[in-house]
Ligand binder design. Structure first.
Ligand code: FAD
Length: 346
């Protein structure tokens, strides 16, 4: 294994608050790495409402979730904090020297002086099907996101789901001229799909052209032959059942946040939120802070603007640990030559 990455601060979560945390730490010369389970930054703003407008971020009368995140990414660019996406922080443990050992699901390891948990509603996990044996085939025949195109060419692909992810995956695979699967089956419990008018029209067209077959049914079991999956057993609306043969199964049921491993790091937790003080936004473990939707304290409101304030004060507290010998005076970005140098706006 590679040597662990040494960093001043490790930020768990790349939602709006985790991103702004990079900025506030950067102004105090605290270097940070950021980890998120999702393969992209933005947390709820991207996963849940990328195209919906937000009206209550100060100075931004209106911005969609995606626009807010794009602006945050631009704002933090001067600090070049490395992002480690598509991996969950599984383990955080105090070391003998007072720093923290951190490890992700991808095996990335860090030694961090401070840990800032910006985990929001929790780690976004794909919703799954409760079918015996499914996990054994994850990554070879079972996927939760679009697999590599080359993996699908000439294959019988079964897509489970009735939402926008499932519809868009099915229609885009059916339209991919280079690596088109041999067969695309879209399975949902009703013949009623929720997606925008355009993807739905496209789906209707491709069904008509017999490039996508829709099966109405409920997954009930998996059929294996040797060490391979060969079919999914489905309960049909008429009470019968059917085997749907496939080579690749893509489960596209969306994602839902789960508190996940944060619960196992020994932090004080109340109703699935990390308890913090309101001076430092520090958890019950000194050196581990919690900001944004993941934390709780008297009067807590789960709003982006509150998370930005929390990240600001947590940055000063983390900086006091990382640079114990330095005074941390308040400086204005408008007038401070030091901050201008850090921001690269000299
Ligand atoms: P999140 O955005 O939840 O991001 C947390 C990130 O941490 C996630 O990406 C997650 O995958 C990651 N994570 C968690 N655990 C781990 C782990 N162990 N390892 C790695 N990564 C992990 N707020 C407003 O102020 N104004 C609004 O108008 C507004 N509208 C909203 C509309 C909707 C539909 C919703 C759902 C929310 C809205 N909110 C709004 C709330 C706002 O989105 C949240 O307050 C905000 O996203 C919190 O940001 P965050 O960074 O704390 O957490």
């Amino acid at each position: 294994p590679h040597a662990p990455i040494e960093t001043d601060a490790l930020i768990v979560g790349a939602g709006p608050v985790g991103l702004f945390q990079v900025f506030q730490l950067g102004l105090l010369e605290v270097r940070a790495h950021v980890v998120d389970t999702l393969p992209f930054v933005g947390g709820q703003c991207i996963e849940l409402y990328a195209d919906k407008p937000i009206y209550d971020v100060p100075g931004l009368p209106v911005a969609t979730g995606r626009e807010l995140i794009e602006r945050l990414v631009t704002q933090i660019a001067p600090f070049t904090a490395p992002l480690h996406l598509g991996q969950q922080v599984d383990r955080v443990a105090v070391r003998g020297d007072g720093r923290f050992d951190v490890e992700t699901s991808a095996g990335t390891r860090f030694v961090a002086t401070a840990v800032i948990v910006a985990g929001g509603a929790g780690s976004f996990q794909p919703r799954t099907l409760k079918l015996e044996g499914l996990d054994r085939h994850r990554g070879s025949q079972v996927f939760y996101r679009r697999p590599d195109a080359a993996h699908l060419a000439g294959q019988r692909v079964l897509i489970a789901g009735g939402g926008v992810d499932a519809v868009e995956l099915a229609t885009s695979l059916a339209s991919d001229s280079g690596n088109r699967p041999a067969e695309i089956v879209l399975m949902h419990r009703r013949d009623d799909f929720s997606a925008g008018p355009e993807p739905l029209a496209r789906l209707a067209e491709l069904r008509q052209a017999r490039r996508i077959r829709v099966v109405v049914g409920q997954p009930n079991g998996l059929v294996e032959a040797g060490d391979r999956l060969v079919a999914l057993e489905a309960l049909l609306p008429d009470g019968g059942d059917a085997w749907i043969a496939f080579d690749t199964l893509v489960i596209a049921l969306g994602v839902s946040p789960k508190l996940g491993p944060i619960a196992d790091w020994g932090l004080g937790i109340q109703r699935k939120q990390v308890t913090v003080d309101t001076e430092r936004f520090q958890s019950t473990t000194p050196g581990i802070f919690a900001v944004g939707d993941i934390n709780t304290y008297p009067g807590k409101r789960k709003l982006i603007v509150s998370g930005f304030h929390e990240a600001t004060l947590a940055a000063f507290a983390a900086a006091a640990i990382v640079h114990p010998d330095r005074a941390l005076p308040l400086q204005y970005t408008t007038t401070s030559p030091r901050l201008h140098r850090l921001l690269g706006v000299d």
